[in-house]
Ligand binder design. Structure first.
Ligand code: AMP
Length: 214
């Protein structure tokens, strides 16, 4: 199955992607994670990407599409993937269609997680993550066992630079202007499935999986 997960920042895409790929036996492909790895590797490209991510803006479309194309090709994933965080713009969606067409494939579904702006702000406000393993926590809805420390490796949790209040507003603005148009794009191509993301994490996962039960 070839799936895309869409939703505003804070809708729980990353968490839902991890749970969905386990249940459906797909590979999770997150452009955000890829770019964070590039930043961690350092170098000129890492510094440039860090500045873009830190500002809440998007990495250029062509560069992002090339990273995804090369990753899916290298890992032989053209038949089984869940894309999380890509596409994020109409030109990226066009690029993905072209990549798939070239291989005689198409998307099976695009799952959009709906969440109001008010809920998004509340969720992103308390988000913390482990700078070492990337595990994500939330002050209210998913606190770690020991305050401020990662359950997996005990490393001190941090607020991602792009989760600072003014960056959150910029990411929401970018979502509204660049990513929301994808809902119409995929409605037109007949693959869009929408689910209500305003529930606890397990309920949202169950809603996603219910879309694929025969
Ligand atoms: P995420 O973890 O998906 O929220 O991504 C974190 C950041 O990585 C985003 O705010 C962007 O700066 C960058 N990024 C991730 N995916 C994309 C994409 N498809 N296009 C452009 N930039 C992206």
């Amino acid at each position: 199955m070839r799936l895309v997960l869409l939703g505003p920042p804070g809708a729980g895409k990353g968490t839902q992607a991890k749970k969905t790929v386990d249940a459906l036996r797909l590979t999770h492909v997150s452009t955000g994670d890829m770019f964070r790895r590039t930043v961690a590797d350092g170098g000129e490209q890492g510094k440039r990407i860090q500045a873009i991510i830190g500002s809440g803006r998007l990495v250029p479309d062509e560069e992002t599409a090339a990273v995804v194309d090369s990753f899916l090709t290298k890992q032989s994933l053209w038949d089984s993937f869940l894309l999380d965080g890509f596409p994020r713009t109409v030109p990226q969606a066009d690029a993905l269609d072209r990549m798939l067409e070239k291989r005689g494939k198409r998307l099976d579904a695009v799952v959009a997680i709906d969440l109001s702006e008010q809920k998004v702000l509340a969720r992103l406000g308390g988000r913390k993550s482990c700078p070492s393993c990337g595990n994500v926590y939330h002050d209210v809805s998913a606190p770690p066992r020991h305050t401020g420390l990662c359950d997996r490796d005990g490393v001190a949790l941090v607020t991602r630079e792009d989760d600072q209040p003014e960056k959150i507003l910029e990411r929401l603005r970018v979502y509204e202007s660049q990513t929301r148009p994808l809902l119409d794009y995929y409605t037109r191509s007949g693959v869009l499935r929408r689910i209500d993301g305003d529930a606890d994490s397990d309920q949202v996962t169950a809603r996603i999986l219910a879309l694929f039960q025969k």
